[in-house]
Design a protein around this ligand. Structure first.
Ligand SMILES: NC(=O)c1ccc[n+]([C@@H]2O[C@H](COP(=O)([O-])OP(=O)(O)OC[C@H]3O[C@@H](n4cnc5c(N)ncnc54)[C@H](OP(=O)(O)O)[C@@H]3O)[C@@H](O)[C@H]2O)c1
Length: 264
């Protein structure tokens, strides 16, 4: 099974903190020694990562479409051996719809864009390159990071869960569409994990009593990536996956095959 150890050059979008930064470090330490490019908005964090031997590119995934195209084109032209992209950039906002006046619609739009629309846009822009790489026999990987909350929604972060459910659904369809291309989709589904994601909500101190330590999460995620699993659900996300998602991708595959038979 093609897996992440086959990668020669990996881009981690959103790697100045948390899960993205930890995965980038583990990927860089693989015996296959891939080149690892990291992105984020915070230049001082990128400077620290450059000192550790990472390639760095400053980028805001909330840029407009032209900005995202420019970002993708510049990465592909600077790193023509790029074969894998992890999409870790993500944000989370709480919304209380019992107090509709408190719902910040700008935050909601940012969340939808960062967690879903920008990722699908970047995938669209990266695909011509990744399909070309895969056509040479080099496996290519697209690795969206969704969440256990894509499966079982957390009502305190209702729109975050909807963005992750959308990305999860899209990942299943994308994987089906790309099945014969050599571009593989691996969806990483974390549980609640130690990171900076909840800092702005003031919740990190209390969540730190229950979240999965980052090292433990990263080790488990790397095991799935090294096996080449299509889904890498971890901890509580694995429990939700087992209970509610079993057979879903297979059913989607069946529906796609039937549709092809009917429409030719
Ligand atoms: N931690 C959890 O409990 C958990 C659970 C399930 C899923 N996840 C998912 O895992 C992924 C990583 O989250 P995390 O917990 O590691 O969060 P984190 O510690 O807050 O890190 C988020 C990363 O995304 C980057 N980012 C955010 N907005 C960006 C933007 N507009 N443009 C470019 N980069 C941006 C940040 O970099 P800059 O600020 O430097 O731009 C940072 O590197 C997210 O997709 C999250 O939804 C996390």
């Amino acid at each position: 099974m093609p897996n992440i150890s086959d990668s020669k050059c990996i881009l981690v979008v959103g790697a100045t903190a948390g899960i993205g930064r930890a995965l980038a470090a583990s990927l860089k330490a693989l015996p296959s020694k891939p080149k690892v490019i990291v992105t984020g908005r915070r230049q001082e964090r990128l400077d620290e990562l450059a000192k550790q031997g990472f390639e760095t590119v400053k980028a805001d995934v909330n840029a407009d479409r032209a900005g995202l195209k420019q970002f993708v084109d510049s990465v592909v032209s600077k790193y023509p051996d790029l074969d894998s992209v992890i999409f870790s950039a993500g944000i989370q906002h709480e919304f209380d719809f019992t107090k509709p006046e408190s719902v910040n619609l700008d935050n909601l739009a940012d969340e939808l864009n960062t967690n879903y629309l920008a990722i699908v846009t970047m995938i669209t822009y990266f695909l011509p390159h990744l399909l070309k790489v895969a056509s040479t026999g080099q496996p290519a990987f697209i690795m969206p990071i969704t969440s256990g909350l894509a499966i079982v929604p957390g009502p305190w972060v209702p729109c975050y869960c909807a963005t992750k459910a959308a990305l999860h659904s899209y990942s299943i369809s994308l994987n089906e569409q790309l099945l014969d291309t050599g571009v593989h989709v691996i969806e990483i589904m974390p549980p609640l994990v130690e990171s900076e994601l909840h800092d702005h909500q003031g919740k990190s101190p209390s969540l730190s009593k229950v979240w999965m330590p980052l090292d433990e999460f990263t080790n488990k995620a790397m095991e799935g990536l090294k096996r080449g699993d299509t889904f890498v659900p971890i901890g509580m996300a694995a429990q939700g996956f087992e209970k509610f998602e079993k057979g879903k991708a297979e059913a989607s595959h069946g529906a796609f095959m039937n549709m092809k038979k009917v429409t030719g």
